[in-house]
Write a protein that binds this ligand. Sequence first.
Ligand code: SF4
Length: 373
Amino acid sequence: MPPPRTRGTALRQRLAELRGPDVTAKALDARALAALAANPGCERRAILDGAGVDKATLADALGSPSAFGQSQFALTRGNAFEAKVKADGGAELLRLVHERLDPGAAPPAGAALPDLSAIGPEGRTARTALALREATGATGTWTLLDHPMIALDVAGSPAFLEPDAVVVHPDGSWTVVEIKSFPMLDGSADPAKVGAAARQAAVYVLALEAVAARLDAAPRVRHRVLLVCPKDFSNLPTASAVDVRKQRAVTSRQLARLTRIEDIADTLPEGTCFSPELPAEQLTAAVEAVPAAYAPECLAACELAFHCRERSRAAGAVTSLGRSVRAELGGLTTVEDVLAAARGESGDPRDPAVAALRRAARLRTEALGTMCH
Ligand code: SF4
């Protein structure tokens, strides 16, 4: 087996070939890393992200442009809300952290607000690490890090991540703060949006844990993050503590799996390339060469969702109906198989899924018969 350094170089070269000549790698951000955790079984996404392919451009070239991403209006509204939450040296934000996560600590009056500006992502990462070290050493005080930068090693190269804020508590522990512009109505928000925010925050938690592990003080990175949203339909901030232990575990597993993208790359035919310069048919064949795991959740998390949905429907795959339906149907993987089993043309009647389908088909026939009479 070649030594690790040679293997790393060979993998980077292979990934560059997959991306296409002269195509710059798209850096992975927390959103992309979080979305990986949303669909852990998808090899297609894993290899495209691992190779730094710009999936939005790829979706355009495939003829299925993505509807994914935020509108300019939503971005502007989000930025305005974040500025409001962080006004007056982050007084309201710190009050919310104190109230929801650490009510036993001293109130956060006079919190430190270190300057994190530096040149380039590496400079900003180093500056953040220094600020975290200093804040952790200064026990008894609160520190707010506004837009810190932390690096996470992903498949051998650093992904630079920028949480909305990180708060260092008086006991030296660290909390990730996510500020979102979707409303929290009567104390709860859209579960899908909260889930996406939790996955994103879990990526930051993992990255911070890597920073914490390098410090002598080994500070604790809290697994309950603070999600700040507008209250009801107002512009006033409210917050809720979100436990991200599960999302953290899934993302961590996914990232470990990403380092095995080499295995996925090895299964692809020689000459496979995802360059948007290629004709659509060639590009479609390249994308189809990697197994996908389409589920309706992809629509909110992946730029290739329209393309994969179309292929999944064309193949009659039951996954396009949702993961829960897929799980109920056991070994029946296509809509055609399901209908044949329901009609009694195929399938083992001892299989609970087949038995349930036949019962449902009988009930449907009876109900339709009753309605006709
Ligand atoms: S949209 Fe396609 S590529 Fe993206 S996660 Fe879903 S199945 Fe995978």
